[in-house]
Design a protein around this ligand. Structure first.
Ligand code: ZN
Ligand code: ZN
Length: 350
């Protein structure tokens, strides 16, 4: 079987939307598994080809990068969520036809997912060096703790009458492809095969409750301004489905005189001309508190000193380095005595 989407549908590269659609329908009818000489593998293949070529964006990716490019768009395998919504002008519900392949088509997990939530939090520069835990409170749908999301009082459930516990109901449909047997998710139990004996009193059977949730967010050391963290499953909960994700955009409030590059932190320290000329030991305030640095005699303005292991936390026992840039401060006013000594220095050739 050809690997090329255009070949699979039997159209030329550059074929128009209508032509692709027509070709797809012809092939889909030809290979439909319910047809006498149907071929499920080929049927899936042409569906995959069409799912890409009928989508302007995916088609463009495919045309440019081939299959890998189209698959890189984040649709594991391929995505039917857009099908049946009239996106391609379909007269029939493809989602239903595909669902008979179990997990192949209208996969419930994809459609049945709570919304993602995005929040932004600000942290200090210091916290971006050491890492920090932040608590946030979110108003959202949470899984009902009373019934663990089952919706059932005391979690007692019974077999669903509608589907006899299978979670699916089979229907016979007349379509342009002939008679098609389709399995639908049971509407009564939402595919679970079980229904509550009695609805949970807290959530009224919905399995979710609106509420405020406190969430502790671990922000790793070394995080950069504008980076985003993702907490899987901490978004909106949804009845009998996967909760969405929580995205946290981290903004680092800049601190004057400091910046970091990867694992290393940079700061500046002001020193006097004599400290630069004669050298000295000097206490400076760093993110770790007071640290004594040794200024070598003859240090030039802008010289950098390295202090090992006072940079970004990497592991419990490992850190990047701190670089201290020396800035020589020239006093704008001198006392009479200072001036006299400096004049003597000038006469001495300094
Ligand atoms: Zn059911
Ligand atoms: Zn409940």
């Amino acid at each position: 079987m050809s690997d090329d989407y255009y070949e699979l549908l039997g159209v030329e590269r550059g074929a128009g939307k209508d032509e692709i659609k027509k070709a797809f329908r012809k092939k889909a009818q030809q290979y439909h598994p319910d047809k006498p000489d149907g071929d499920e593998a080929k049927f899936k293949a042409v569906n995959e080809a069409y799912s890409v070529l009928s989508d302007e964006k995916k088609k463009q990716q495919y045309d440019t990068f081939g299959k890998a490019g189209a698959a890189g768009g984040g649709f594991g395998g391929f995505d039917f969520s857009g099908f049946g919504n009239g996106a391609g002008g379909f007269e029939f519900d493809l989602g239903d036809i595909f669902s008979q392949f179990g997990g192949f088509g209208g996969s419930r997990s994809r459609a049945h997912r709570g919304s993602n939530i995005s929040v932004q939090i600000e942290i200090s520069f210091r916290d971006s060096v050491f890492g920090v835990e932040k608590d946030i409170e979110l108003d959202k749908n949470n899984v009902c703790t009373e019934c663990d999301g089952t919706g059932a009082h005391k979690k007692k459930t019974k077999t669903c009458h509608e589907c006899d516990g299978s979670g699916q109901v089979t229907m016979i449909q007349q379509t342009i492809m002939g008679q098609v047997r389709t399995n639908r998710i049971c509407q009564i139990c939402d595919g679970r095969g079980e229904v509550p004996e009695e609805n949970c009193h807290t959530c009224n059977g919905s399995g979710v409750v609106q509420g405020r949730e406190k969430i502790t967010i671990k922000i790793p050391a070394g995080i950069e301004d504008g980076q985003q963290l993702r907490l899987q499953g901490r978004g909106e909960a949804i009845a009998s489905g996967q909760p969405g994700d929580l995205y946290i955009l981290v903004r680092v409030i800049p601190e004057s005189g400091y910046h970091k590059e990867g694992r290393d932190v940079y700061m500046t320290a002001k020193i006097s001309p004599t400290e630069a000329l004669l050298g000295s030991k000097k206490m400076i305030e760093t993110l770790d508190g007071s640290v004594t640095i040794k200024i070598p005699a003859g240090s030039e303005h802008g010289k950098q000193l390295r202090i090992k292991d006072k940079g970004v936390v990497i592991t419990e026992n490992k850190r990047g380095d701190l670089y201290v840039q020396l800035l020589i401060e020239i006093p704008s006013k001198l006392t009479k005595e200072q001036k006299k000594i400096l004049e003597q220095l000038r006469n001495a050739g300094l």
